[in-house]
Structures are given as structure tokens and as C-alpha cells.
Design a protein around this ligand. Structure first.
Ligand code: 5GP
Length: 367
């Protein structure tokens, strides 16, 4: 039995070391990066945050809100080809191009047919090929097929967690390898199967492997606060994909529910009767794409050879996405000033990490 003894780390196991820098303020840093890819023909400018292609976060509304800040969105795969094309046309009018939009695809024949339909519109060039287990032979075969058919497309594919498979995917036509198995906020893969790898170590190894062969990576899952996004970029991620951090907003998918809470405070009614104050709170549903709930909603039930690898949660409604976006971008700018990175691309070479036992002081709650 072989056991890897190297310590495997998550974002919460490290902190960035501040450094002397010549940058006097956050306004001196540049968070827009020009991406030039191994296979895709055209360069793209943006900040490498991507909304996850989950039904709750990869929505049209989310895409528009993110695009205003030059951030990316991987649209979920439950929109049909017609809906996608209508959106892409309209979006192109508003934003001049669809450079920041990814169309998602599984690896089945239906997925391919739909992808081909949407690509035929010539309105979009970015494809996100997504399977839970990127080690399956179907992924590489599908990547080869898509690359052959769309030689100039930007292809992101995954998910894997090791350098060897990252290189394999890139050499077979992928521009951006999506990395992460099990770190997601509504993922239960690790619990159910025991498979996975701590995300910070995954990012370091896969970024090194990808960059060695001219490719890039997208760190997918496990970010809980803006600081995790900063750590991910510093560890070498070219893109960071977010689900949970973008969920529960106006622009997110998922049903809204209202709950009533009796507080400990008392109030007098007009008739003098004293009763506890009742507060109303709104919640929005957020669910894993392989949860029972999603399988039921999109496929009319779970196939009996599959098990749910995702959970369903109700999170307090967080309003407009704008304030969350600004917090993330503010965090990145500030981290860059702390470590002396003028450009987002320079973050890994400016970063040094401390391994820590405890990163946050939660005496007044986890917020
Ligand atoms: P988060 O940012 O919420 O931590 O992670 C988002 C990522 O979780 C997604 O991009 C996707 O890779 C992963 N994910 C989404 N739904 C599921 C699911 O049902 N099961 C598993 N294993 N992973 C999921």
C-alpha cells in the first residue's frame, strides 16, 4: 500500500506573508489580466473569477452582473440551445462580445449535439466540459472530439487533482484544466467515496504541471471567503471558480422561501397584549448538481446505480450580487498591495505562505 506522506493543505491551512512593497495603495494594482491560451486563437481580457456552471450560479442574470466587472460566467447546462443563443445575441449587443461566457457541456452525445448547435451561432467561443471524474476515459475522448471540431475554441475541462492528468488534458487540446475533487460547499463526494484532495495542494501541483506545458488551470471549489480566492491566485490558479460564495443572491437560481422566527424581544400590541417579536427571514435554495434534488429537477429522478454526491441547503438571502463582487475584488486588490504584486499574474511569484493552525478569530461568530 502506498501512502503519500507529504502534508496536503487546504486554503484554511495557510496565510499569506505580508511583504515590503512599493505599492502605496490598492488603486495602483491592475486586476485585469490578458489571457493568451495554448490552443484558443484569441486573447481575452478579464479578472479570472468564474461563476460555477451550477444551476444556481451559472445563470444569465449572474453572467450579466459579473460581466460588468470583467468577470466570467460558466452558464449551466440546463438551458437549451435556443435559450442560449437568444441570450448570447442580446448579451453581445450589451457587452460587445461574449468573451467572458462559457457554454457548459457534459460528455454525452446529447451534450455534443447541443454544444454544436450553440457553437454554430458563432456567438461564443468558450466551452466548459465538465465531468465529476476527470480521470474517466470519456473526458479525454470528448476533449479530442471537441478540439478537432472547434480548433480555435477556448476549452476548459475537468475535474482532476493531479499534475499528470492536468498535463494529459492540456496535451490533448484543453486550454484550462479545472481542478478540484471534493472541496465544494455542497459536495459530498469525499464523505460518500473517500476520494479527494485538499484544494490548496491541488492548485499548487496542477498549476505547476499546466504552466510547464503551456496551459492554465481553474481552481474549482472550496473558496469560502475572498481571502481564499487570493490564496488560490497566489498558489498559481489562473482562474478561480466560485459556487457557494455567489449563491443566495438576487441573480442566483434557486427557490426563495420565507421563514418566521420568534425573537427573545417583547413588544406591546395596540390592545396592550405583550408578545414576542416575530422576524421574517428570506432564504434561497442552493444545491449540488449531483444532489438528489438536482437529479430530480433536471432528470426526473436519480438513476439507481448513482448515488447523490451533493447536498441541498437553504442560505439566508443575500440581496444583490454587487456587494459580494466588490468584496472579492477589494480583497484581491488589497492582497496584491500586501504582497507587492502590481499585476494579478505576478501574485504567485510575490507570494510566500505561512502554514498555520488557525487563521480566523471567531470569538464573535464565524462571519
Ligand atoms: P464551491 O465554490 O461552492 O465551494 O464549489 C463549487 C463547485 O462544486 C462546482 O464548480 C463544482 O465543481 C462542485 N459541485 C457542484 N455541485 C456538486 C455536487 O453535487 N457534487 C460534487 N461532488 N461537486 C459539486
Amino acid at each position: 500500500m502506498r501512502i503519500y506522506d507529504d502534508i496536503q493543505l487546504d486554503y484554511q491551512d495557510v496565510l499569506l506573508r505580508p511583504k515590503r512593497s512599493t505599492l502605496a495603495s490598492r488603486s495602483q494594482v491592475d486586476i485585469i489580466r490578458e489571457y493568451n491560451f495554448k490552443w484558443a486563437s484569441s486573447a481575452i481580457k478579464g479578472t479570472g473569477i468564474i461563476a460555477a456552471n451550477m444551476a444556481t450560479t451559472g445563470t444569465f442574470e449572474m453572467a450579466k452582473a459579473l460581466e460588468k466587472h470583467n468577470l466570467f460566467c460558466a452558464l449551466h447546462k440546463h438551458y437549451d440551445a435556443k435559450e442560449l443563443v437568444v441570450f448570447l445575441k442580446e448579451n453581445q449587443k450589451q457587452f460587445k462580445n461574449n468573451d467572458l461566457i462559457f457554454i457548459s457541456s457534459g460528455v454525452g452525445q446529447n451534450d455534443y449535439d447541443k454544444l454544436a448547435d450553440v457553437m454554430a451561432s458563432k456567438l461564443v467561443n468558450n466551452i466548459c466540459i465538465d465531468v465529476a471524474n476527470g480521470y474517466s476515459p470519456y473526458l479525454i475522448q470528448y476533449v479530442q472530439k471537441v478540439r478537432k471540431q472547434f480548433p480555435k475554441a477556448l476549452i476548459m475541462a475537468g475535474n482532476v487533482v493531479t499534475g499528470d492528468m492536468t498535463e494529459d488534458l492540456i496535451l490533448n487540446g484543453v486550454d484550462i484544466v479545472k481542478v478540484g475533487i471534493g472541496p465544494g460547499s455542497v459536495c459530498t463526494t469525499r464523505k460518500l467515496t473517500g476520494v479527494g484532495r485538499p484544494q490548496f495542494s491541488t492548485v499548487i501541483e496542477c498549476a505547476d504541471a499546466a504552466h510547464g506545458v503551456g496551459g492554465m488551470i481553474c481552481a474549482d471549489g472550496g473558496c469560502t471567503v475572498p481571502g481564499d480566492v487570493c490564496k488560490s491566485l497566489c498558489a498559481g490558479a489562473d482562474f478561480v471558480m466560485l459556487g457557494g460564495m455567489l449563491a443566495g443572491h438576487e441573480e442566483s437560481g434557486g427557490e426563495i422561501s420565507k421563514k418566521l422566527y420568534e425573537t427573545n424581544e417583547l413588544a406591546a400590541k395596540d390592545n396592550g397584549e405583550i408578545s414576542r417579536i416575530v422576524q421574517e427571514k428570506l432564504f434561497k435554495k442552493f444545491y449540488g448538481m449531483s444532489s438528489d434534488y438536482a437529479q430530480e429537477k433536471f432528470y426526473g429522478g436519480m438513476k439507481n446505480y448513482r448515488a447523490s454526491e451533493g447536498k441541498v441547503v437553504e442560505i439566508p438571502f443575500r440581496g444583490d450580487i454587487e456587494h459580494t463582487i466588490l468584496a472579492i475584488l477589494g480583497g484581491i486588490r488589497s492582497a496584491m498591495t500586501y504582497i507587492g504584486a502590481k499585476r494579478i499574474k505576478d501574485m504567485p511569484k510575490c507570494a510566500t505562505f505561512y502554514r498555520v493552525n488557525r487563521q480566523l478569530n471567531n470569538i464573535f461568530g464565524a462571519e
